[in-house]
Ligand binder design. Structure first.
Ligand SMILES: [Zn+2]
Length: 295
């Protein structure tokens, strides 16, 4: 056999051996390489996020959203532009308390992701709002909350548990939820705009921008909190995060974020049949929320 023919034969043999092993490696990677964050989204939003493939998370309606855009950003940049992986920039660790410099777990949100889950504009979000009876035995008013992704269900569970603790009534009687607005001092939509955030006891709360009106994101500030940690514990048990765990503290603020703080136990209960309030627009216009602009 002449030399070129030998090379050709060797090449063919090598190709035959190598290509199948490369292929099997690729398929192994495909099934094993779902990033932890994407997996957590699939667990936390099982009816909405149904898969992951080729760096895209896949929604139940087939729509896809890029998971990792490959850009590295400062924390300040992450407030302006984010990809889905940025949601998981910091772990939500209740032991890391009070929060140290720059620790704001859950404060980085992917607008594209939350738009998709809860509504891309005010009309879409409002169409998903339901009335949740909020601690009725304490004499509280109902709250508007999103029925998407189990949010209203989680809030109802918080309410049910709070009612077992009459000593906590004073902290939760003046709760506020939906308000279509941006986060104070920013162009990004507040989680209150999605109907997934609750502010409690505003008068006794602390918000970093109120305490330090001239501070930048990078300035060192002093932590302060007066909110009862017993209340915090109940919210956190049901998939909410607390703004009091942030260096940029917002101690009145709770937000339904099961992907970074999964409910401590999954109750397999029949989802409630939510009542969609009539005259919703009138209810919303009567919410006097603006003086309390925060996260
Ligand atoms: Zn808030």
């Amino acid at each position: 056999m002449n030399r070129p023919a030998t090379y050709l034969l060797l090449t063919l043999l090598l190709t035959a051996c190598v290509i199948p092993s490369v292929r099997s490696e690729q398929s192994r990677l495909r099934s094993d390489s779902i990033p932890d964050g994407a997996r957590r989204l699939m667990e936390a939003y099982p009816h909405d996020v149904v898969g992951y493939e080729d760096n895209m998370i896949i929604f139940a309606d087939g729509e896809r959203l890029i998971y990792n855009d490959g850009k590295s950003r400062t924390t300040e940049q992450m407030h302006i532009e984010q990809d889905v992986k940025d949601i998981f920039y910091q772990e939500y660790d209740t032991q890391r308390f009070p929060p140290d410099y720059g620790y704001d777990p859950g404060r980085y949100r992917s607008a594209a992701f939350f738009d998709k889950i809860y509504g891309r504009n005010e009309a879409e979000v409002i169409s998903n709002l339901v009335k949740v009876a909020w601690c009725p035995s304490f004499g509280c008013d109902s709250l508007l909350f999103s029925r998407q992704a189990g949010a209203a269900e989680a809030l109802k569970r918080v309410s049910d548990e709070l009612e077992q603790h009459p000593e906590l009534r004073e902290w939760v009687i003046d709760a506020q939820t939906f308000c279509y607005r941006n986060v104070a001092g920013t162009n990004r939509r507040s989680p209150h705009s999605y109907g997934i955030a609750v502010d409690i006891s505003v008068a006794r709360s602390h918000y970093w921008r109120w305490s330090y009106p001239h501070a930048s994101e990078y300035q060192r500030i002093s932590y302060v909190n007066n909110i009862s940690l017993d209340v915090v514990e109940i919210f956190e048990k049901h998939g909410f995060i607390w703004g009091g765990r942030w260096y940029h503290f917002d101690t009145m603020h709770f937000e339904y974020r099961p992907e970074i703080n999964p409910p401590k136990y999954m109750q397999r209960v029949e989802p409630r049949k939510w009542e969609t309030p009539s005259a919703l627009r009138a209810i919303i216009e009567n919410l006097n929320f603006d003086p309390w602009r925060s996260e």
